[in-house]
Ligand binder design. Sequence first.
Ligand code: AMP
Length: 433
Amino acid sequence: MAIKSPEGMNDFLPDQALAWNHFQQTAQRVFGTYGYQLVYTPVMELTELFVRGIGEATDVVSKEMFAAYSGGNLKTLLEGGKVRSNSTFSLRPEGTAGVVRAAVEHNLVPQGAAPVKLLYAGPMFRAERVQKGRLRQFHQVGVECLGAEEPTVDAEAIIMLMRFYEEIGIPAQSTTLLINSMGCEACRPAYREAVKAYMDAHADGLCETCRTRAEINPLRAFDCKNEDCAHTMEGAPHITDHLCPACQEHYTAVKAYLDAAGVAYQEDYRLVRGLDYYTRTVFEVQASDGLGSQNAIGGGGRYDKLAEEVGGRPTPGLGFAIGYERCQLVMDAAGVPAPHATGCDVFVATVDPSLRAQAFAVLQQCRNAGVRADMDHQGRSLKSQFKLADKLGARSVVVLGPEEVAAGSVKLRNMETHDEQLVPVDGVVAALS
Ligand code: AMP
């Protein structure tokens, strides 16, 4: 049986690769105007980074990571032995932990420096149950701003995120921006306890998983898809009523900047996001068309303690990630034209095979001038060469015939208008431009 790609891990064939490339370039262009610079970090990191950074009790870390072992360690494991926990790797389930690790490792935010603004793009891996919009290898574009805790950073990031969706063709009316504040280490512990006490008192209205969550990660119960839980949690204390004055002031300022910029949002006290590292502002963008239950097309928030978790000095941070595949589904539903990959712009054809050497020379002339050009390598008839030119998406075909070549010229045919002109053999590039 032929071997297939792993479940939930898709190939990007040329059209899809072009679309992903366009997505990344749009992000670089939009976020570049806000000062973000591109970085790449490894697709796998020490498992400990995610355990410490994202949190051991999160679904992502406790259930969804793919581990990676070096050959020697794998052999040891398969033979029933143990490998040292500080030498196990995991494929990255998200991009923030790696970028923050890199910023700490390379001291990108020295004390007192202006914030560093980083942009990344690439595949992420989560061992999830595969469904529409939920894959095991998916692609994200994300940003991280490290070194500033002012609310302008939060507002600026949210504003540029919404601008990105519009730039790639997701209509504003089909997105909803949800925001919330998660508080900080001064106010969240007490709030957490209040939610836990509420959950303990209303355990009858909660599913099995949420009863366990009450012990280890109570706030995640707000996220539960179970209807009884959703109903029960409606009566739970709201974080926005439990924020300390500093967090309250920060949250109010973020909302004021969004209001001033005309960015519409809904406050949602249930928005807790799945990762442990968030503090203060959190946000998520949901799309109404093209997706089923997996309708979040991006999200992020502030993580003022993460740098310390991974061994750096206190460095406030904020970031978000956008899910490429889900955005693509929304773009398809909105009728955004998908890019079409073509093999060449100019095709060089010959009337008979004896002219192949001259055709080859014309081909090089085009390519050396940066024109995407190709020819038939397999001895096709002229008719079949035209078919191939069409298939490759050529906009022009250069035809070499014995009489024209003897007179030092070739025929240039415009595939759209069907116009033909004779041009000098060494003047093809000039004629094309
Ligand atoms: P998260 O960090 O989980 O909020 O992820 C940010 C964005 O990545 C989400 O809003 C989704 O658009 C996308 N995403 C997350 N997990 C998956 C997945 N398993 N498959 C496809 N896209 C995903």
